[in-house]
Design a protein around this ligand. Structure first.
Ligand code: NAI
Ligand code: MG
Length: 400
């Protein structure tokens, strides 16, 4: 196995803690790599006016693989307040470096798998027939288009004249909004392109085929959002018919899907959606398998091979300065496993996942979230494992 270089981007708050623990687990599992630190996040916004410095972009260009912890984002005005005094007259505007990273490297394929770990006390349970309590086994892989749609950033408040004139040329805009003063109008666009839609659909179908899932569900709202959701579903129908006849294509609306996910989550396999609905449905499913301490993700450009792997949680600032960190490192460790999948280090990925599964099933070492405690500095005294103790338990299991 050749030695790789991974760009480790801790970011802010608990990002560094969970990333360090994941790297310890990777080392213990025998993954041979050098790690170079990529600067990203709030500190670099405040000091340099840029939360994603050019040097970090260059590191990813060079090494192609990034492990990312989490960043802190704050509203525009607060961001300006915290900017170094000498940068305040430079008309800098804060925007999220992780969104910028996705767009810069065209990381348009976002995969968020949600799988139940046997023995996780946070697993979703439901009432069955009579007195029965059921614990359905969730195993879904959510493919979220990661660069366009509602998060594409094409938006206006008080839209400029050419935009307003174009909007007015649409009969529905004219009828429903034509009487509203332009300065009272805000518009966020939802742009889907054929190319990106095709790529996310293809990624979803290929994954279903490779991993033996029987269905791909397009989770959008084509009956109402006819152009964008409609295009995605129409393209999925064609793709399924021509290339994946052995895989069933299902169609759910995002609102109904959020209701069904607590009724029959075990029914679904691969789910594919645009940027915002993919974000929503993946958080929904993550809630069924333990929440933020368990939710991992991969963001990939299949053409260049660039991939950034990150837990979906944020920097949890309220826990960042605890003398002993209490947060669950499993989401970050699972994200590192997704990096290993991408690098085709399947054996190491499998070994780590098996160790995590064993620790969860045994139930002796549990972080505060798994103990259903409210986060506080004294949870460790009350029996919860610290972040490091959880990683230690996984490493002990790896070494058995
Ligand atoms: P958050 O995910 O940081 O925290 C929400 C709550 O989830 C925390 O209070 C904590 O109870 C729990 N939590 C988070 N990670 C956990 C873990 N590993 N183990 C156990 N419990 C965990 O989201 P919040 O509070 O909305 O945002 C905090 C900051 O993070 C904000 O500045 C936000 O912009 C940023 N953020 C960054 C993301 C990223 O880097 N991709 C994603 C989401 C938020
Ligand atoms: Mg989200």
């Amino acid at each position: 196995m050749s030695k790789r270089t991974i760009v480790a981007m801790p970011g802010d708050g608990i990002g560094r803690t969970v990333l360090n623990e994941a790297i310890r687990v990777l080392d213990a599992a025998g993954f041979k790599a050098d790690y170079v630190e990529g600067d990203i996040g709030w500190e670099f916004w405040c000091k340099e006016g840029n939360p994603l410095p050019e040097r970090t972009i260059n590191l990813i260009k060079e090494h192609k693989i990034g492990l990312f912890g989490a960043i802190t984002s704050k509203p525009k005005d607060e961001a300006f307040e915290e900017l170094a005094p000498e940068l305040k007259d430079k008309e800098l505007v804060y925007s999220s470096p992780i969104v910028a990273l996705r767009q810069y490297f065209g990381l348009d394929i976002c995969l968020r798998p949600c799988r139940t770990y046997v023995g996780n006390p946070l697993n979703f349970i439901r009432r069955g027939r009579g007195e029965a309590i059921e614990e359905p086994e969730v195993d879904v892989a959510i493919f979220r288009q990661n660069t366009e749609g509602l998060y594409g950033g094409v938006e206006w408040s008080n839209p400029p004249k050419p935009v307003y004139d174009t909007l007015m040329s649409h009969p529905k805009f004219k009828k429903n909004f034509g009487h509203v003063p332009v300065e009272e109008i805000s518009v966020s666009t939802r742009i889907f392109t054929k190319n990106a839609t095709e790529r996310i659909l293809k990624a979803a179908f290929e994954y279903a085929k490779e991993h033996g899932y029987k269905s791909v569900t397009v989770c959008e709202k084509p009956n109402v959002i006819r152009e964008t959701s409609g295009m995605m579903y129409k393209m999925a129908l064609k793709m399924q018919k021509e290339l994946y006849p052995e895989i069933q294509l299902w169609n759910t609306n995002i609102d109904a899907q959020m209701m069904w996910l607590t009724k029959n989550p075990e029914t679904y396999g691969v789910i594919v959606a645009g940027n915002m609905f993919g974000d929503i449905v993946s958080d929904g499913f993550a809630g069924l398998i333990g929440g933020l301490g368990f939710a991992c993700s991969a963001q990939i450009n299949p053409e260049t091979g660039v991939g950034v792997f990150e837990p979906t949680h944020g920097s949890a600032p309220k826990y960042a300065d605890y003398p002993v960190s209490i947060v669950n490192p499993i989401a970050m460790i699972e994200s590192a496993c997704m990096m290993l999948d991408h690098l085709q280090e399947n054996e190491i990925a499998h070994t780590i996942r098996a160790a995590v599964a064993k620790v969860i099933a045994e139930g002796k070492v549990r972080t505060y979230d798994m103990m259903k405690m409210s986060g506080a500095p004294d949870v460790v005294d009350k029996g919860a494992a610290s972040t490091t103790e959880m990683a230690d338990a996984i490493i002990r299991e790896l070494k058995k």
